[in-house]
Design a protein around this ligand. Structure first.
Ligand code: ATP
Length: 229
């Protein structure tokens, strides 16, 4: 379980996140929506200990990220932007992550197979396409077989087959009892992937609702635009 209690983040004059309180539950895919600049990435960075809240706290299974001894075994994340050195191979990158989190080396080949990168695993990451880079990020998130998975814009650059693959992966993980949090701007994709929604706008939480209730008789896009406009 992932809990945010009264979490705020201020950068000088900008309040990126304002008193955010929510619990992200296991067994479902939670979609994280919000217009550009709403504070989604900032929130995800605070969950992962990459940014310090100005106030409030984040708990992962009751602990702070910084206190987790082997964080990748508790929470796996794909964030925006390259997370690996371009000169390394995917295999070397994952081996290094596995070693530093006491994850068996055999798991590296397993996740490379899961994301379909086995054929290019020894190639330099710098030569990868956007879609291959996304798959590597997803492999890194799955590496520690963590109960909590966080994906920021996971389908960026993925082709239709890979988008479907990601959706199935996220839904299977939730069906397995994991906590899955996915941020995306793609409403049609989110409508197919999420069970529950968190909607953020200007740093504030506007909705924390099951997808079906949020959408009602219309489309997710209509309901979302009505709420944030
Ligand atoms: N390091 C920083 N320094 C100053 N301001 C920042 C910093 N990071 C984020 N912000 C500001 O905080 C606000 C929230 O940004 P954030 O990137 O979290 O939004 P987002 O919902 O992820 O947006 P997008 O959908 O465009 O990725 C924005 O106004 C942004 O300019």
């Amino acid at each position: 379980m992932l809990e945010l209690r009264n979490v705020s983040k201020r950068y000088r004059r900008t309040t990126a996140v304002e008193a955010l309180t929510c619990t992200i539950r296991p067994g479902q895919v939670t979609g994280f929506l919000g217009p550009n600049g709403a504070g989604k990435s900032t929130t995800l960075r605070m969950i992962l200990g990459l940014d310090r809240p100005s106030a409030g706290e984040v708990r992962i299974d009751g602990e702070r990220y910084a206190d987790l001894r082997h964080p990748l075994r508790h929470v796996g994340a794909l964030l925006e932007g390259p997370a690996a050195h371009g000169g390394r191979s995917a295999h070397a990158h994952l081996r290094w992550l596995a070693q530093s989190n006491r994850i068996p080396a055999a798991r590296v080949d397993e996740v490379l197979g899961l994301v379909g990168l086995d054929d290019v695993a020894r190639r330099r990451i710098g030569t990868y396409s956007l879609g291959m880079t996304q798959r590597l990020g997803i492999a890194a998130a799955l590496l520690g077989d963590p109960p909590i998975l966080i994906f920021d814009e996971p389908t960026n650059g993925l082709d239709p087959e890979a988008i479907r693959w990601f959706r199935t992966t996220a839904r299977d993980a939730a069906a397995d009892g994991r906590t899955v949090l996915v941020s995306s701007h793609l409403m049609s994709e989110m409508a197919l992937t999420a069970d529950h929604l968190l909607v953020l706008s200007r740093g504030r939480l506007l909705a924390d609702t099951p997808l079906d209730e949020f959408v009602g008789d219309g489309s997710l896009e209509d309901a979302f635009l009505r709420l944030v406009s």
